[in-house]
Design a protein around this ligand. Structure first.
Ligand code: UDP
Length: 346
């Protein structure tokens, strides 16, 4: 799909985005705005920020509050829903599984019921590579067995199943699920980026350590069956992921459905390699320490992403770990200068 085709399909379409104030959601809202979509972000701001929503309308609301959700969807009359709102930390999901089944599974059910009541039949769902667990073959393609090894992956797998069952039962309902690999980086124009109160992701932790916000970066496990003993992940730039969403929602509007797509580049980097790139990009030799494995981490997750490339014509523009880390670094520095100016004004 060319950029012009996308604009022709998406222009004026009404998209309801749950979790649109979060990291990935806010980048997609921005990209939807640039194609001329009307957007309503629905977000409880538990981890997202109102100021990250740079396009469309905003409704502060919670998917657990069914009446509020129903009123928001009824009032907006969307053509399609993109469902980001979720809890996303593997380690936390092991410690607090019920939070994950509540947020990621039960709340998705609420959303589907509300969509049904309002006659909205299209959903683009944020799924995850964690549904694969420890895949038998790397790179992993979409036909691999789903065998999550943590509650995060299991909670998303259950929602994928919900979507598939509903699509089989109801011809008016169509969905696409995108299985994200490791999303990182920031808007190339540095307008938005990742901004969690308690960041746990590797690249963000490394960069905040470089800035002195954490005393050291811990590498969780050096005895995995990989070349250097640390876990391997397929890091995808958030702007490329946003482009995948535009292509996928356009596909839904054109009549596609019941599809799942891996979103990754098809090559992986170990934790040690990521740390080296973070040191090169920042020019700072920040402290790094070996630590025990983190519960729930698979050794290696790398996408076979042929399907999304051929089915939706998705072509990544930022397939470079250096570029991912560089944009994330620009964003981290901007967060610091913003905090400094707030401090000075206050
Ligand atoms: N990781 C690490 N130190 C950190 C954060 C993460 O060694 O401070 C490792 C983590 O154990 C995993 C990889 O980095 O092997 C990617 O973790 P992240 O939390 O970024 O994403 P996930 O793969 O869990 O979605």
């Amino acid at each position: 799909m060319t950029e012009q085709n996308l604009k022709d399909i998406l222009w004026g379409k009404r998209i309801f985005v749950t979790g649109g104030a979060g990291y990935i959601g806010s980048h997609v809202v921005l990209a939807l705005g640039e194609t001329g979509c009307e957007v309503m972000t629905f977000d409880n701001l538990s981890t997202g920020h109102r100021h990250a929503v740079l396009h469309g309308d905003f409704c502060r609301g919670d998917l657990a509050e069914r009446e509020q959700l129903l009123a928001a969807i009824k009032g907006f009359r969307p053509d399609a829903v993109i469902h980001f709102a979720a809890a996303i930390e593997v380690g936390e999901s092991v410690a607090n599984p019920l939070k994950y089944y509540r947020n990621n599974t039960a709340n998705a059910l609420n959303l589907l019921e509300a969509m049904g009541e309002c006659g909205v039949g299209l959903m683009l769902f944020s799924s995850t590579a964690a549904v694969y667990g420890n895949p038998e073959r790397i790179p992993v393609d979409e036909s691999a067995q789903l065998a999550p090894i943590n509650p995060y992956g299991a909670s998303k797998m259950m929602t994928e199943r919900l979507l598939a069952d509903l699509a089989s039962a109801d011809s008016a309902f169509r969905y696409t699920a995108l299985r994200y690999f490791n999303v990182a980086g920031a808007d190339p124009m540095v307008r938005i980026g990742q901004d969690y109160a308690n960041p746990t992701h590797l690249i963000t932790r490394a960069l905040k350590t470089a800035l002195g916000q954490f005393p050291k970066l811990e590498i969780f496990g050096s005895d995995y069956p990989t070349a250097d003993g640390t876990c391997i992940r397929d890091y995808i730039h958030v702007a490329d992921l946003a482009a995948a969403h535009l292509a996928a929602v356009a596909g839904l509007l054109l009549g596609r459905g019941a599809e799942v797509f891996n979103c990754g580049y098809g090559h992986g980097f170990s934790v040690r390699e990521v740390v080296e790139v973070a040191k090169q990009v920042t020019g700072i030799d920040f402290p790094v320490e070996m630590a025990p494995r983190r519960a729930g981490d698979p050794a290696e997750l790398v996408a076979d992403s042929q399907r999304i490339r051929s089915a939706l014509g998705w072509q990544p523009q930022y397939d470079s770990l250096t570029e991912i880390v560089r944009t994330a670094w620009e964003w981290e520095k901007k967060l610091v200068s913003r905090a400094d100016s707030v401090h000075e004004q206050g």
